[in-house]
Design a protein around this ligand. Structure first.
Ligand SMILES: C[S@@+](CC[C@H](N)C(=O)[O-])C[C@H]1O[C@@H](n2cnc3c(N)ncnc32)[C@H](O)[C@@H]1O
Length: 334
């Protein structure tokens, strides 16, 4: 059940359109043109973005979650680090205001809320969610409905992207302050990340914190994107952005932060067994390419498969190849 709910954080609300590479993503209303590593269409092959095939994307994401420690890593952070980070956000307050950007189906959000309830017993919590996918909002509401002990939490959902939220707030000039803002695995889908960071930073109340989770700059993802990004299919949906890019943006903006890296791995052993279905789906997820094994030019495939076993990308342990899926938790100060 937990897995299904999380998979749905990436679900799209319409049926997939498999033909066009540049079809607007059904869920995302912002477009990425500020990709740090530009992608170009690979004219020599029939490779197309994994995002163009909704079902395959959801299935490969599910395989990724099954094969990785992504969620255990986030849970560990929430359990061990979050209480220290949020230790003062509720100082002298009768209500704690939380803003979740891209909250998806709410799984991680509820873990965070549960921690805050324990930390601030009896204090009322106002949790607002900015999420463009109606499907995800419906899932989030279902999760809330079946979760106990949420009595002192008030929920509100805004079906909009972060930039639509920003525009609405600016138009109405309703710049209310928040005690905790989080953006978990969602900044890849935002067009103007520095502007987004600046805006939400300006909404932090005294003692407030903002938590951003992204893949780490020391992860295998960073190496893979840097080395092969230009040879993989183009899509307008998602930027190759890691914590290194993000901390550079924060430095430029003069915003203070702390960055914690947590180890996470993805077991990619199956990728090296010909015809293994799980391996093929994991390869698709890694390369964000639909049917990578059958559509990639042989030289590109050979290079990537070789590199994935190198120590820069993975470790070999107990007969398994474990891809470096390290996550960064960036805590921004008010
Ligand atoms: C990888 S999911 C993460 C969901 C959730 N934060 C979690 O960790 O379980 C990314 C979420 O961001 C949402 N999203 C995509 N583009 C967005 C945007 N421009 N503004 C806000 N949310 C967005 C998606 O609908 C999706 O629910």
């Amino acid at each position: 059940m937990e897995l299904d709910t999380v998979i749905n954080t990436l679900c799209k609300k319409q049926k997939q359109k498999t033909k066009q590479n540049k079809t607007k993503h059904p869920m995302l209303e912002e477009w990425s043109c500020l990709t740090p590593i530009p992608r170009k269409p690979n004219m020599a092959s029939s490779m197309r973005s994994l995002f163009s095939d909704h079902n395959r994307y959801v299935e490969s994401f599910r395989r990724f979650l099954n094969s990785s420690t992504e969620h255990q890593c986030m849970q560990e952070f929430v359990d061990k680090k979050l209480p220290g980070i949020t230790a003062r956000i509720g100082d002298r307050k009768s209500e704690i205001k939380i803003l979740s950007i891209g909250g998806g189906a709410g799984e991680i959000d509820l873990q965070i809320l549960s921690k805050l309830q324990t930390q601030y017993p009896g204090i009322h919590i106002n949790n607002e969610v900015v999420e463009p996918s109606a499907e995800q909002i419906a899932k989030y509401k279902e999760l809330v409905a079946k979760t106990s002990n949420l009595e002192n939490i008030k929920f509100a959902w805004h079906k909009e992207t972060s930039s639509e939220y920003q525009n609405r707030i600016r138009e109405k000039k309703e710049f209310q302050k928040w005690d905790f803002i989080h953006m978990i695995q969602m900044l890849y889908y935002v067009k103007d990340i520095p502007a987004t960071l600046k805006f939400f930073h300006s909404l932090l109340a005294t003692n407030a914190k903002m938590l951003i989770i992204l893949v780490s700059g020391n992860s295998g993802w960073d190496k893979l994107w840097k080395k092969y990004g230009t040879r993989l299919p183009q899509d307008d949906l998602c930027q190759y952005v890691t914590s290194s890019d993000l901390t550079q943006m924060l430095d430029k903006l003069g915003i203070k932060y702390e960055c914690y890296d947590l180890l996470s791995t993805m077991d990619i052993s199956d990728c090296f067994t010909d015809g293994n279905e799980n391996g093929e789906l994991l390869c698709d997820f890694l390369t964000e390419t639909c049917n990578f094994n059958t559509t990639a030019p042989p030289d590109l495939k050979a290079e990537i498969m070789k590199d994935l076993q190198e120590s820069e990308f993975s470790v070999k342990k107990e007969g398994k190849v474990l891809f470096n899926n390290n996550l960064s938790f960036i805590v921004v100060e008010a």
